[in-house]
Design a protein. Structure first.
Length: 287
């Protein structure tokens, strides 16, 4: 595998990253190119990556891609492997947030976020698996969120996508481990990226939900109430470092607040299950 230690030198890696025009994807691309790796990065438009295209003409390859176009995803993966021979790391990063009560969302908004954040990631990973299996190595990083473990009102479809992709990855990770393919779910907390302060989409809000927990997100999206504590540069650095860890960590939680909130939710969930031991056993067939 490219990137292993050979003669005391870490060899460069080749990465395929979706959604590199902003946020974690852009920051990861910058850090990887600076350290000498090769990046194939997908975008919907290239206005934010033109500088990288000019600075790294031999190691940065911009590709246009709409991850909701499943045939285009499959075609791109095939072209990249055919051209470069092998890929070391796939980063499924493309996605966005959608805020609003479930009733406030339109059918089109529901379809769009699920096709982007969930279905698009599934098809990308599925397209890569045969190549990784045949080459006998590879690492897949799925960018999720601590929202894949913790749910908040007003964010139902985002949670649906993230909880769904986490279950998918956890299952596929078991299938691919015998082929020396590792998979990591990254669960960042709030970060100072365009995800929260730029690309977040908000439903057509209903006055009936004013004062309801479903609209609490409005405070979070307002920069005047303070910025998120997560440092995108540090978070991306930890993501990149995780590729050198063997075996691959199944989950990578980034941000102390995210970790604390997740632990509290999981402890409560375990306590609720423990309280149901007698109830659960009451449904067993007793011979």
């Amino acid at each position: 595998m490219c990137g292993i230690l050979i003669g005391g030198i870490i060899m460069s890696k080749t990465w395929l990253i979706t959604g590199v025009s902003s946020g974690f994807g852009l920051e990861m691309t910058k850090q990887l190119l600076e350290k000498g790796d090769t990046v194939v990065g997908t975008v919907r438009n290239d206005r934010n990556v033109k500088e990288l295209m000019n600075k790294y003409p031999d190691t940065f390859f911009r590709k246009f891609l709409d991850v909701t176009d499943t045939k285009a995803v499959q075609a791109l993966v095939q072209k990249v492997f055919d051209k470069l021979g092998q890929i070391d790391v796939i980063v499924s990063n493309a996605g966005y947030g959608l805020f609003g009560a479930a009733e406030e969302l339109t059918d089109d908004e529901v379809d769009k976020i699920l096709n982007t954040d969930l279905v698009g990631s599934i098809y990308l990973i599925r397209a890569v698996l045969p190549y990784f299996r045949k080459q006998g190595f590879g690492r897949i990083i799925q960018i999720s969120s601590y929202g894949g473990q913790v749910a908040f009102a007003g964010n139902s479809m985002y949670h649906a996508a993230k909880w769904g992709i986490e279950g998918f990855v956890e299952s596929v990770a078991q299938e691919m481990a015998p082929f020396n393919v590792g998979m990591t779910i990254v669960e960042p907390g709030g970060a100072r990226t365009e995800f929260r302060y730029g690309s977040a989409q908000v439903a057509n809000l209903m006055t009936e939900y004013n004062g309801n927990p479903a609209h609490a997100f409005l405070s979070m999206l307002d920069k005047n109430n303070g910025l998120a504590v997560g440092d995108p540069k540090k978070m991306v650095r930890r993501m990149i470092e995780s590729v050198e860890v063997t075996p691959a960590p199944l989950r990578l939680m980034l941000g102390s607040q995210a970790l604390n909130d997740t632990i509290k939710v999981l402890e409560k969930r375990i306590a609720d299950f423990e309280a149901q031991r007698e109830l659960a056993a009451s449904t067993d067939i007793v011979e």
